[in-house]
Design a protein around this ligand. Sequence first.
Ligand code: ADP
Ligand code: MG
Length: 590
Amino acid sequence: MTEETVLTFAEMALAPALQKVVIDVGYETPSPIQAQSIPLLLEGRDLLGQAQTGTGKTAAFALPLLSRLDPKLKVPQILVLTPTRELALQVAEAMQTYARHLPGFNVLPVYGGQNMIQQLRMLSRGVQVVVGTPGRVQDHLRRGTLKLDKIKAVVLDEADEMLRMGFVDDVEEILSHAPAGRQTALFSATMPKEVLRVARQHMRDPVEIRIKTKTSTVETISQHYWQVKGMHKLDALTRILEAEEIEAMIVFVRTKTATVELAEKLEARGFSSAPLNGDMTQVMREKAISRLKSGSLDIVVATDVAARGLDVPRISHVVNYDIPYDTEAYVHRIGRTGRAGKMGKAILFVAPRERRMLNAIEQATRQPIKAMTLPSRKDITDRRIGLFKEQIAEAMEAEDLEFFEELVDSYQSEYDVGHRRIAATLAYLVQKGRPLQPDESPSDSALEKDFRPEQTERTKRPSSDEALQRYRIEVGRSHGVEPRHIVGAISNEANLSSRDIGQIKIHDDYCMVDLPASMPTKMFQHLQEVWVCGQQLKLSVASGEKVERGQIARDSRPARKPFGKAADSKRFKPGAKKPVINRRVPKKPK
Ligand code: ADP
Ligand code: MG
């Protein structure tokens, strides 16, 4: 950027219809990848572009290629290949937007699991741009329903991801079907050898563009980690949700089951949330994403695959609830926030034995990840009070209160009490369903005192005479588990009385727990999948282990209470001015 002055959009040779749309969508200056790619693609050059996610690659190829499209010709002229259905849809949507001023323009996303008949109908009606996953595009080529003979340009979007997902043969075959004189553009966040090989083989003298890895993406994201200790990850997340200014959040977990479970638990705690995973139907996934975009949904709990490439500028926070398997996944995950020049925040939950991965991530991103302390009860109280005051101020300004002022006056004269006392009573009534001062939850003491559970605590086992069997569960001290977590989870999930749960022995990575020997298979299977402290129990029979009869080895506290009063069924709704998910909106009087 120092040696050359960057062209503005207006100075580029884009067709008038595309100049117009750039103004419509409000892009002021081209991003670095756009500044470099657009002029070259307009000249018809092949191009190999490397830039991180969120740097505006879609417009970098869409604007120049659409500029060169002939809207009167009703056959596919541009083919874009993407690794996933979500990306195909996203790129197709962007294309539709950028082509807004091209008369009679049609784009068709094609991907597996989508209605074939509808696609065929669209194809026969004439589309100029096809955006699809390699597999489905191949299907169409084999059936002869898609013809590439008039293709002027092929784009491989997120090429590294596409090859990583095993699409290399499909991609190469598709490229070999496209006319030799076509233009080819390849975009990728990284440039592994395999990508370069495909590029060399299928592109003509491509110009290589590399936007330095130290991109704005990482600079616009502040990164933090919380050392998982003494408290459930769920409780920690709840605190974060309540204490931070959050517009929208994506929470990453490792499994599809965990997306559903965590979304349900957050719902139960009053935060509107939905899962996003590969098991959901396409329609459901699209629905969740569009709700997230429009703001009717604020939290999505996703797996890596389902959220790849997701572009929702509202996302202000990414929480790595389960640590990713590798550093690349981490970079992809946090790239869902801090988009389009906005600031984003990434939070990583790190269990003690995951410290190594944390170091690896810091090295890979060359960015320090700051340790964070969770908001305390006092922080939450302060925040609730702050929001409460805002509500008062807003209502005072916006509502006609005369009727109520008279009511207060009449109360005062009738009962002879001061305004202060009346106001305090009314304030109490307003917050009663969800108190400004959260209850002390059992986890608080753990949080504040760096709690270490006793190995075993013995009391007399009460009256149950069920024969017990020793089982092993895959959660242990290193995950921060305490006896009450186990009792709480098992008694809730297996519908057992806590009296049916015998001795619990906590080890570093697992626990031994005595449960009824006559446990039904269904319950046994269910307990495999239950999560405690971020770990799946994966219950198994510990053969060879003897049960010590008549003993119960845990503290006698009841199963844990949900955090604060958040478990009531009230939903948070976005506030009128700033859409912040934890802003509480007073109920309209009926
Ligand atoms: P990538 O493909 O590199 O991950 P996208 O093409 O999805 O990035 O773009 C990321 C976001 O940036 C989108 O919301 C897009 O509308 C926005 N964007 C793209 N180009 C510009 C620009 N020149 N100015 C402002 N915003 C832009
Ligand atoms: Mg992209």
